[in-house]
Design a protein around this ligand. Structure first.
Ligand code: DX5
Ligand code: ZN
Length: 226
């Protein structure tokens, strides 16, 4: 199987609203593949985040596909609210519902890419029974809920374990996304391990003011294609 293309997903919770249009123009010019949308309900994670109206407005401003990271409880009953498109990625968390496989089934009619998100302490073997029902894994390198956190160190080793599992189970078609504290250094390490979607937040892209974003993206692009 050909290796997955290396892609960037810009974390919109880090983007200021004042310069939103200009920021999106830079992302389009730089070929950013996805916009990462952290949806948070104040229950599954201790924060509130980007919601339905924000998503609707964003769709009017750009056609870059969305990478919807649903950090919400019982997401299977809320998919309808969001306006999911076929070109989107949708991640749901292993711990966010008692019926993960059913939730993944409910996602199927939307035609989007279905990802399962796992927290730093979620055992890798939890993935085994759902490999047939997912297109990707969103591997959290931090505990979800906030931008600008430090990596949980054990997650690098865990990324290796995930790749090993995919190989053993003949599921190398499954995409691995990494989310949280993706610095240039972590991006480069994780790319070598086999990750292919990189969430760009405070640790890489949103450093300095808007004039730095294009440069920051080019640096990240270099790091992931090393
Ligand atoms: C963590 C969020 C991320 C965050 C990642 O809960 O899911 O999207 O913005 O970017 P950093 O850690 O670099 O700010
Ligand atoms: Zn996220």
């Amino acid at each position: 199987m050909a290796p997955h293309k290396k892609e960037i997903s810009a974390s919109m919770m880090c983007s200021d609203l004042v310069n939103l249009k200009e920021t999106l123009k830079i992302f389009e010019d730089e070929g950013v593949e996805h916009l990462h949308i952290d949806m948070m309900d104040g229950t599954f994670v201790p924060n509130f985040g980007l919601g339905v109206d924000y998503i609707r407005s964003l769709r009017e401003l750009t056609s870059i596909p969305l990478d919807l990271h649903m950090m919400i409880k019982d997401p299977e009953y809320k998919f309808q609210w969001v306006g999911i498109k076929e070109t989107d990625i949708v991640s749901i968390h292993y711990e966010s519902t008692f019926q993960v496989q059913r939730a993944l089934d409910y996602l199927q009619p939307f035609g989007c890419k279905r990802f399962l998100a796992i927290n730093p302490a979620t055992p890798v073997y939890d993935l085994e029974e759902v490999l047939d029902y997912i297109d990707g894994i969103n591997l959290l390198m931090v505990n979800p809920g906030f931008a600008g956190q430090k990596i949980v160190p054990s997650t690098i080793k865990k990324a290796e374990k995930v790749m090993q599992l995919l190989k053993e189970k003949n599921h190398e078609n499954v995409i691995v996304e990494v989310d949280g504290n993706i610095t240039l250094e972590h991006a480069s390490t994780l790319s070598k391990i086999g990750a292919s979607v990189f969430v760009a937040g405070m640790s890489s892209l949103f450093k300095g003011d808007i004039n730095k974003y294009a440069y920051n993206l080019e640096m990240l692009r270099k790091a992931i294609n090393n």
